[in-house]
Design a binder for this molecule. Structure first.
Ligand SMILES: Nc1ncnc2c1ncn2[C@@H]1O[C@H](COP(=O)(O)OP(=O)(O)OP(=O)(O)O)[C@@H](O)[C@H]1O
Ligand SMILES: [Mg+2]
Length: 439
């Protein structure tokens, strides 16, 4: 992409409405525009990162055996009356009436709808297990939307739903999602710690919140520091095997949010030197709730004994749009964002220090072609802005590499590269610079 043709409305000043780093930096870096309280337009740079988050989530869901579909954002109120949640959900639900006076709602989650789809087609244990997911916008009329995409009203969520014949099989499906979540967040450069959780309006008795530690997190958390060093299962993890050992490893040390914190147990189980009190951002949550929806909604399957039973279900949410903010909270400095390589909207920024100089332009084009061919998604700053402004923008938008090309260096046969995360700089010939970036 050439910056002269792109749409990157960076702000020079700090927007006064932003209280936390991620919100401030997303506005300043031209990623986001607020259209109403808690409702945002994703500008091109933000949209690229959102798509990367979505793609990693998708790949890990697919790897774990879940199947993607897409359900609508608008749902019929009557569906929610079947589970009894239409009245329970309260003011967070955005209720809408269509021209025929039909009561509808903008979905805050999809347990009812997926159960309705499942029961329409699946009637035998032979078709189980199934795990269906989608990545779709949700609406929750939060009392206090704030911190940008961290607590929006409209937000993008990945929600998966598992269906099994027995409770034991349901728990195995839960374990698969738990392991997929460990992999997913780790691929984004995050340390997300699973913590025992209350299941709230979703229901059930087995639930974990996946929490990224950050000073600006909304909830206080208490954990055993050793959780931070546990090994994340590799790409070769066998989802067909019994995953209980991984679950045990990741749940035997103490980790809890303030809602469920048990100070006495914490002190009993965690040596003082290993205790860590921090704040955290919830980036995902897993629930196993058995027949909470399948029973009232009559989602039954016939077992091998010929008897009909309500299917055993779990649901698994990831805050896709919140993750963009969470990654920035975890990775930034005074100058701007520092994208972990896999999340970066572009892999490298090429800074042309003198557009119009044929030699510099030619070197930039050569670098651009080589980096594009190598799949590095370069962003070429070919604008007329002064070098100081270009450097500030590059630091602000936080691409992992900067490749700086100017007339003085080229006269000596060299260019400069800078690694955004460390600030390390190297001066070297263009071909070697491209090689280093591609390594
Ligand atoms: N208002 C929101 N804005 C952005 N992301 C959200 C919001 N509410 C929930 N999420 C994300 O969706 C995921 C799954 O939804 P879930 O129903 O568990 O949310 P929740 O427990 O109500 O979230 P919270 O406790 O933060 O309100 C959450 O883990 C979170 O990452
Ligand atoms: Mg939650």
């Amino acid at each position: 992409m050439r910056l002269s043709r792109y749409f990157l409305p960076v702000l020079k000043q700090n927007p006064s409405e932003a209280q936390i780093a991620s919100h401030r930096l997303m506005l300043r870096a031209g990623m986001l525009r607020q259209e109403a309280a808690g409702i945002y337009a994703w500008l091109p740079l933000g949209h690229r990162v959102l798509k990367k988050v979505e793609q990693i989530v998708r790949e890990e869901m697919d790897r774990a055996g879940a199947i993607e579909l897409l359900m609508p954002t608008l749902q019929l109120a009557d569906l929610w009356r079947e589970s009894g949640r239409y009245d329970d959900y309260g003011a967070e639900m955005l209720r809408i009436t269509d021209r025929h006076d039909r009561e509808m709602l903008y979905g805050p989650t999809n347990e009812e709808m997926i159960t309705e789809i499942f029961r329409a087609y699946v009637h035998s244990y032979k078709d189980l297990p199934k795990n269906l997911y989608h990545i779709q916008w949700k609406f929750r009329d939060e009392q206090r939307p704030r911190f940008g995409v961290m607590r929006g009203r409209e937000f993008l969520m990945k929600d998966a739903y598992s269906f099994d014949l027995t409770e034991a099989a349901g728990r195995a499906s839960y374990n698969q999602m738990f392991v997929a979540y460990l992999r997913c967040f780790s691929r984004m450069g995050l340390k997300a710690i699973p913590m025992k959780a209350e299941s709230g309006p979703i229901g059930g008795d087995l639930s974990h919140e996946f929490i990224v530690l950050a000073q600006t997190g909304e909830s206080a958390v208490f954990l055993d520091k050793r959780m931070l060093d546990l090994p994340v299962p590799g790409e070769d993890v066998d989802y067909g095997a019994d995953l209980t050992p991984i679950l045990d490893e990741w749940t035997h040390l103490y980790a809890a949010t303030e809602d469920v914190h048990d100070a006495e147990r914490y002190e009993r189980e965690t040596p003082e030197a290993e205790r860590l009190t921090a704040r955290g951002i919830e980036v995902g949550q897993t629930f196993f709730f058995g027949d909470k929806y399948s029973r009232p909604m009559k989602a039954n399957v016939q077992g091998p004994d010929g008897v009909d039973t309500a299917v055993q279900m779990g649901s698994y949410g990831v805050g896709v749009s919140r993750l963009v903010g969470a990654i920035i909270e975890a990775s930034h400095d005074d100058a701007g964002i520092i994208w972990p390589d896999p999340m970066a909207p572009f892999g490298v920024g090429i800074v042309n220090l003198r557009p119009g100089d044929p030699e510099v332009d030619e070197a930039c084009e050569r670098a651009y072609a080589a980096l594009t061919a190598a799949g590095k998604e370069p962003l070429l700053d070919d604008t007329a802005e002064r070098p100081g402004g270009k450097f500030a923008t590059m630091d602000l938008i936080g691409l992992p590499w900067q490749l700086i090309i100017g007339p003085r260096g080229l006269a000596d046969g060299v260019v400069e590269i800078k690694r955004r995360a460390t600030g390390d700089r190297q001066t070297l010939p263009l071909a070697a610079a491209v090689r280093t970036i591609c390594e």
